[in-house]
Write a protein that binds this ligand. Sequence first.
Ligand SMILES: [Fe+2]
Length: 228
Amino acid sequence: MTSQSQALQFAHSYLEILEGLGASDDALSPFIEALRSVDETPGDNATHTLDHPLMPLLEGVLAKAEGPQVLTSSVAALASEGGFFQVYEGEGINATQADYMVGKHILGPKGRLFNEKLRAGIFFLAANFEYPMHNHAGLEIYYVLSGTLDVQNGVDAEPRRIGPGEYSVTPSNVPHALTIGNEPVVILYTWVGDLVSPIYWWVEEEDGSWTKTIAKELAPTSSPDTNK
Ligand SMILES: [Fe+2]
């Protein structure tokens, strides 16, 4: 099976899951609508090998992924073709943020299948890692395939634990933080809505106020690009 058809299979299977969950949660509607727009338009073919401390662990973690076989097998097949990127890099990024998370686009502006309405793919994070408070204008869902994590949506909110088959929706611009459990985590991330505004770090000052700084600029959705 080609990578393109694996990506299509991924989109269909993921859509089916969200349609099932969406029967009792309207917050999933925007993701369902965007996934329904996925067609066979091919995207770029990033298949480079990423030299990153997390990569040797990926196959083992994916082998433990839970969910419909068609979903887990398409994710494993797409992961094995390479094309992962380090989520944050460059000035102002500390080793923790750089070394403990990687991603791969499957659907979207840079996906295996091109689409302007969403960004969806694999997000792989190290055990015991804390992904600091950040926000973005895109509406986001994390759907867990392997491992458990605590998701905090809002600076004063209580974190909520999710594991395989469970999800968390982060509304547009709400700051959120992730704390990974004692095993690495594979999440399916999906963004809809504003796919181009930057991601910001939120840093708490001594007086309890929060300062925002740009964490990452995002590539445009409609033209070829080489940004991560
Ligand atoms: Fe996010």
